[in-house]
Design a protein around this ligand. Sequence first.
Ligand code: 5GP
Length: 203
Amino acid sequence: MLKGRLFVISGPSAVGKGTIINEILNLKDRVSLSVSATTRAPRAGETEGVSYYFLTHEDFEARIKNDGFLEYAYVHGNYYGTPKAHVEEYLEKGWDVILEIDVQGAMKVKESYDGGAYIFILPPSIKELRNRINKRGTESAEAAELRMSKAMGEIEYLDKYDYFIINDDLDEAVNAVSAIMTSEHQKIDESAEALLNRFKEEN
Ligand code: 5GP
């Protein structure tokens, strides 16, 4: 059976990554979003195991020791990490897996995993990004400013990614991600060998 593909999606906070990804999950079959683990406190409306796995610092560090993360990073004073088991299990059974992670995490995945596709979501403008971050209103002015300066730092990593999408119109952005996912499946890589072998067996 052909293995699934790994899609790493990054971009500044409030750029609309989560909304785009939810639309993709509704649109496409056999796609799984990796749920990250974090030590930060849940925000209003966030659910354990859906938004994140909320762990204590001690639990998180124990899992680091046990090699339980594909990658992890320390962001805004908290740990965030991608649990390894889920990703491996789903890729193995032929599902695509999406990781929504920051640039630090994405660069670490790039070092340890061959063959992922890296997608960067951009705002239409920096002014619009500032509006979207302020509109969230879940945090203090300082926290919003911190996110803004982190966003500017993240954008510097754009050239390390394979694809960029400007999230101006949601439908267009979703279509673009969907098209990237489809074309990644047509790429010739080690799965070509599995395909050739299947044809030879059939012959
Ligand atoms: P938030 O606290 O707003 O949910 O996320 C803060 C930042 O952590 C975002 O940039 C988000 O993309 C990033 N993040 C979420 N999950 C992970 C993860 O598993 N690994 C890494 N490296 N970053 C993550």
